[in-house]
Design a protein around this ligand. Sequence first.
Ligand SMILES: C[S@@+](CC[C@H](N)C(=O)[O-])C[C@H]1O[C@@H](n2cnc3c(N)ncnc32)[C@H](O)[C@@H]1O
Length: 237
Amino acid sequence: MTPPPTAPANPPPRYGRLGPVYRWLEYGTFGKTLERSRRTFLEELAGCRSVIVFGAGDGRCFAPLLSAAPDALVTSVEVDRQLAAQARDRVRRQGLSDRIRFVDTDARRLEIESASQDAVVTQFFLDCFSAEELARLVPRLRLCLRPEGYWLNTDFDVPTQPALARWRARAWGRTLCLFFGWTANHAPGSLPPIDAILRQHGLRPRREARFSAGLVRTTLYRVSDPADALKGSSTAG
Ligand SMILES: C[S@@+](CC[C@H](N)C(=O)[O-])C[C@H]1O[C@@H](n2cnc3c(N)ncnc32)[C@H](O)[C@@H]1O
């Protein structure tokens, strides 16, 4: 186990308020695009036996994940009690409860068990943090990965080109920030450089898919060099 980090400066967002309508808001705004992006590359986790999901929300991710990785046991780390309860309910109805361990806590306070996981899954979670916070959080979370482990991330993105797609993604970013700032007390200000931070900590992109003209990106990263894992360990704290 690594020592717990110092207390986070900002309170976590409160997505639980949106719990009952979150899914319908999503479908109304983006159709099934986000759903497709969440399922992309799950098949690459087929051989994983341990997967940790951060910020799973209402738990829609678990059934597809467990079906793609039939031998996996999943740990779910979710700070919002309302959403965690909704997720527990969902997996109970799906008969999947015995394959998921729920840890209701702030990921920033989690005691990381070193090299305990074959994969980390983050879906629309890393954008909950400012660039500074993410630069502290990623190396800590990364410690839980075994050498050659996977990190599957899906999040909003701002493509560099074409200009129209870039402008559109920025406009969406501002709208979502305003909306979630108002409804979920979540307003990091701007999208943190997620890909750059993951790469800085020894995660190498292996596959990438973009959705809705680059507004959403799913990337499968892998810890390619065991020496990277050691480098990551030394930056924790
Ligand atoms: C935008 S929602 C995404 C939910 C789900 N992954 C999805 O794809 O719909 C962000 C999720 O991360 C959770 N979250 C945010 N900050 C967190 C933290 N510090 N620790 C654990 N969970 C957190 C929120 O409660 C919420 O469930």
